[in-house]
Design a binder for this molecule. Structure first.
Ligand code: ZN
Length: 254
C-alpha cells in the first residue's frame, strides 16, 4: 500500500458519518444542552449573578457573572461621563421566552395591534412576523445570560435625547469592555435575522463560546416544546436567526 493510498483511506474513513458521530461523542461538551437552550434556573446556577441596583431597576434579573463584571466596569466609566446604562432585560429562560412566543402565537398578546393567529393562519408566515420582534424559545441569546438590553427596547427612544447619547457612547466604547451590538442594520453587515436592535449588547468573549457549542450540539430536534415549533426548520431559525449576527460579535476577545 502506498502512502497516498493510506492517506486516501484515512480521509474517507474520517468523512464517514458514523466516524464523525464517534468524534463528536468523544469531544468534550463544554456547555450543557440545557444551558444552551435556557432550560435552567439562573437563581441557583453557579455561572450566574443577580443584577442589583444601580445597574437595573428591575427585580430578579440575572446574567452570566463574567459578563456582569465586564458590564459593571463599563457602567462605572459611563456613569462618570453622565451616561446611565441601565439594563432593562438580561437572562430569559426557555419558559419565559415560551410565554412571550405563545402569547403572540395564539393572539392573547397583540402584535402591531393585531391578533396574529387570525391575520396569519399560515404557521410559517405567522412565525416570521413574530420573529421581527421576538425569538423562538431555544434560539435566544438571552438564554445564555451574556446578552443584555440597555435603556429601552424601542427604536424610537434611541433617535434623540438621552437614548441617542447612550447609543453613541456604546458604539464608541462598548467594544473596549468586550460588548458588541449583535443586531446591526441589514443588509450592510448581515443579510438575515432580526431587525436592527440598538439596545441589545452581547459580551462576546463568553457569548462566542456559547455560539460555538450551540452550532456543534443543537439541532432542530432541540427547538421544540412550544406552539409553532414545527416551522423552526422551515424558516431556518438556526441558520438565519441564531447565526444571523454582526460578524464582529463572533470574535472571542478584543
Ligand atoms: Zn435583547
Amino acid at each position: 500500500m502506498t502512502t497516498l493510498t493510506i492517506i486516501a483511506l484515512i480521509i474517507s474513513f474520517t468523512n464517514n458519518p458514523f466516524f464523525q458521530d464517534v468524534i463528536k461523542a468523544v469531544e468534550i461538551q463544554k456547555i450543557s444542552k440545557k444551558k444552551l437552550l435556557g432550560q435552567i434556573d439562573a437563581s441557583t446556577d453557579a455561572d450566574f449573578s443577580v443584577i442589583t441596583a444601580p445597574y437595573t431597576l428591575k427585580k430578579n434579573m440575572y446574567m452570566n457573572t463574567k459578563a456582569f463584571r465586564a458590564y459593571q466596569e463599563m457602567y462605572g466609566i459611563a456613569a462618570k461621563e453622565g451616561i446611565d446604562l441601565k439594563i432593562v432585560s438580561a437572562f430569559r429562560s426557555f419558559n419565559h421566552q415560551k410565554r412571550i412566543w405563545e402569547s403572540k402565537w395564539t393572539g392573547t398578546r397583540k402584535v402591531l395591534g393585531q391578533d396574529l393567529s387570525k391575520k396569519y393562519p399560515n404557521a410559517e408566515k405567522r412565525a416570521k412576523v413574530i420573529l421581527m420582534f421576538s425569538s423562538m424559545p431555544g434560539t435566544s441569546r438571552h438564554h445564555w445570560g451574556t446578552d443584555i438590553d440597555i435603556y429601552s427596547v424601542n427604536d424610537k427612544d434611541f433617535l434623540s435625547g438621552k437614548g441617542k447619547v447612550i447609543y453613541e457612547w456604546l458604539q464608541t466604547h462598548a467594544n473596549e469592555f468586550g460588548f458588541c451590538q449583535v443586531y446591526t442594520p441589514k443588509p450592510d453587515t448581515r443579510t438575515t435575522g432580526y431587525e436592527e436592535e440598538k439596545w441589545h449588547w452581547s459580551y462576546h468573549p463568553v457569548a462566542t463560546e456559547y455560539l460555538e457549542q450551540y452550532q456543534k450540539y443543537i439541532n432542530y430536534n432541540d427547538i421544540a416544546g412550544f406552539k409553532g415549533d414545527r416551522v423552526a426548520k422551515q424558516i431556518g431559525a438556526i441558520e438565519n436567526y441564531v447565526l444571523g449576527i454582526n460578524p464582529s460579535c463572533k470574535k472571542s476577545s478584543n
